[in-house]
Design a protein around this ligand. Structure first.
Ligand code: PEP
Ligand code: MN
Length: 345
């Protein structure tokens, strides 16, 4: 199997001291394509560490010079852009809290008009693909051609294993809409927790993303921002070592044949699934007419609970993922209700 090296951007969440950034860069310089460090930090709470500011640019310059590394930082205003351009920073990224606002993105884009610098655009906090694509388009419109998207997950309300829900379908849709835009996954902000980073990095490789942005800190416990999710240089190297990067193009004819054979079976099952859904819909229509004649409400909660319970139980017996069956039935039921409402009205 041929391995393709993913593009790697790594470094601390925030530059904290000159020693800290040098210590980290020195450990990881041979494993990365770009060194990252935030110097202006958009923080949820005003009492959190908000970055070292301009002095951080000088540290990044020194790292760039000493280790011949490309360096990147986050920009959120035209003033940030101006400072980065005059310092000679190689790559800029736009954070999730900035991508949400087209006014901010447009201002940043204007300040970059005519400049040939790579820009990475993080997904907006909430899963709105249009905003993410719109931000990329605004930058493209001012002549930025080296654009990449960074998938850092989406705000989660309530309990979840992730700090930010990955919602993989959103970056996959972005790939469909904009096939030439590289997608870099940021497992650090998705997980919010160092334990899940390896798993998320592997998923990103399995679905053929182009690279990873990882937060690495010399002493994660003492980090001034995002301390739970930062990993040590040693853990970082281990993750890279264990990463399985498969080739995306299929060249072997035997494998191609075997894959086709299996895919044909999937095609048959999918046809049957759709035919069954259509037959199910015929019955839903009959039920709607019956409810209409008898003036019954469309939605009956006991029936919904019974469907959910029996279907997930059967799914579990047949070794299907419980959550998957529940979500499929939520959709089936939602459209069943829609169809009935339309008929009854
Ligand atoms: C960061 O990369 O440190 C950062 C603040 O990211 P995001 O904009 O994804 O929250
Ligand atoms: Mn961070």
């Amino acid at each position: 199997m041929k391995f393709r090296k993913p593009y790697i951007i790594a470094g601390p969440c925030s530059a904290e001291t000159e020693d800290q950034v040098f210590n980290i860069a020195n450990h990881i310089k041979d494993d990365i394509d770009i060194f990252r460090a935030g110097i202006w930090k958009p923080r949820t709470s005003p009492n959190s560490f908000e970055g070292v500011g301009l002095i951080g640019l000088e540290w990044l310059k020194k790292i760039q010079f000493k280790y011949k590394l490309k360096v990147a930082t986050e920009v959120a205003t035209p003033q940030h852009v101006e400072s980065c351009l005059s310092a000679g920073i190689d790559v800029l990224w736009i954070g999730a809290r900035t991508t949400v606002n087209p006014f901010y993105v447009q201002e940043i884009a204007e300040s970059l008009r005519g400049v040939d610098i790579p820009v990475y655009v993080k997904n907006p906090i909430h899963p709105e693909l249009g905003l993410w694509l719109g931000a990329l388009e605004r930058l493209d419109n001012v002549g930025i051609k080296k654009l990449s998207a960074v998938h850092r997950g989406f705000y989660n309300y309530g309990n979840s294993a992730y700090r930010n829900n990955p919602k993989w379908e959103v970056p996959i849709k972005l790939r469909k809409e904009s096939p030439n835009t590289p997608i870099i996954c940021d497992p650090s902000h998705i997980s919010g927790n160092h334990i899940l980073i390896e798993e998320i990095s592997q998923i990103a490789m399995d679905i053929d993303f182009d690279g990873l942005m990882l937060e690495v800190h010399n002493s994660p416990n003492l980090a001034l921002s995002d301390s739970n999710q930062q990993i040590t240089p040693k853990a970082f190297k281990n993750i890279l070592k264990n990463l399985i990067v498969s080739q995306s193009k299929l060249n072997d004819n035997n494998v191609k044949q075997e894959l086709n054979f299996l895919r044909n079976q999937i095609n048959i099952f999918d046809t049957e699934l759709i035919q069954l859904l259509s037959k199910r819909n015929d019955i839903v229509r009959e039920i709607a007419y019956l409810k209409k004649q008898n003036q019954l409400t469309v939605f009956q909660i006991e029936r919904w609970f019974e469907i959910l319970k029996t279907r997930t139980e059967l799914g579990t017996k047949l070794k299907l993922d419980n959550q998957m069956v529940a979500e499929i039935y939520e959709l089936i039921h939602k459209y069943s209700i829609l169809l009935q409402t339309r008929i009854i009205r």
